[in-house]
Design a protein around this ligand. Structure first.
Ligand SMILES: C[S@@+](CC[C@H](N)C(=O)[O-])C[C@H]1O[C@@H](n2cnc3c(N)ncnc32)[C@H](O)[C@@H]1O
Length: 219
């Protein structure tokens, strides 16, 4: 079974011998892939929409995994047990939906939380750090002409600079392998700067700072 590149990058962050709660599983492709390709991984494929879960069930049935993946219709992590063996995955949603799902104290019991937000990545890092999580891994996937940032959080307190919150502390460390992503961000910032009238000095200065930081990383 071949996963879309974005989901494959998420799968690469998941080890053997864990329980995965895939919140908003939709098609459940990640759960099927992990069940087939990891040792001793049990997946809960969860979604708030019955219609999505019908497709998930069909896909699971196609791979004859009906007894190996548990399908749940629920809002977020609902009443699922979360412990040091649990990895929560939330991908393909907007930041506010993700933070709504994570508004539950039981998330602190999880081994890790892997998030791929469709927007507001800097705010997501900030919100998770304010919640008492730190970043233990970050990767970028380029899939169907779009960049996706996938972040793995674990419980812990760590201070991050504004640059790290914006660009990602681990992506910065691995700047060479993420250079295409940074080039994309650079173009995005330049385009935004082009739309800001010169009277907005403060806003322009901040964008110029971002541009300078990315240029330094690309050297
Ligand atoms: C765009 S799909 C992403 C599917 C998959 N996770 C992926 O990355 O390809 C988003 C899914 O999240 C589900 N969803 C949205 N809010 C949710 C919530 N509060 N709890 C559970 N599922 C939710 C939607 O029904 C939808 O199936």
């Amino acid at each position: 079974m071949i996963l879309p590149k974005r989901l494959n990058k998420i799968a690469e962050l998941i080890e053997d011998d864990v329980v995965v709660i895939d919140v908003g599983c939709d098609h459940a492709l990640l759960d099927i892939y992990l069940t087939l390709n990891r040792n001793n991984v049990f997946c809960y494929a969860c979604d708030i929409k019955e219609s999505a879960l019908e497709i998930a069930k069909k896909n699971i049935n196609k791979y004859k995994l009906d007894n190996k993946i548990e399908v749940r219709c629920c809002d977020g992590i609902s009443d699922l047990e979360i412990n040091n063996n649990t990895i929560i995955v939330i991908s393909g949603m907007g930041k506010s939906t993700i933070m709504h799902i994570l508004d539950d104290d039981r998330i602190y019991n999880a081994r890790r939380i892997i998030i791929q937000s469709n927007n507001e990545i800097e705010d997501l890092r900030n919100d998770m750090i304010n919640k008492g999580f730190c970043i233990d891994n970050e990767v970028v996937s380029f899939d169907r002409n779009k960049y996706y940032v996938i972040i793995s959080f674990k419980k812990g307190n760590k201070k991050y600079s504004n640059d790290e919150l914006y660009l990602g502390p681990i992506l910065i460390k691995n700047n060479k392998e993420n250079s295409d992503y940074f080039k994309f961000l650079l173009e995005k910032e330049k385009n935004i700067l082009g739309t800001i009238p010169s009277k907005y000095v403060y806003i322009r200065k901040n964008i110029e700072k971002n541009i300078e930081k990315i240029i330094q990383l690309l050297k």
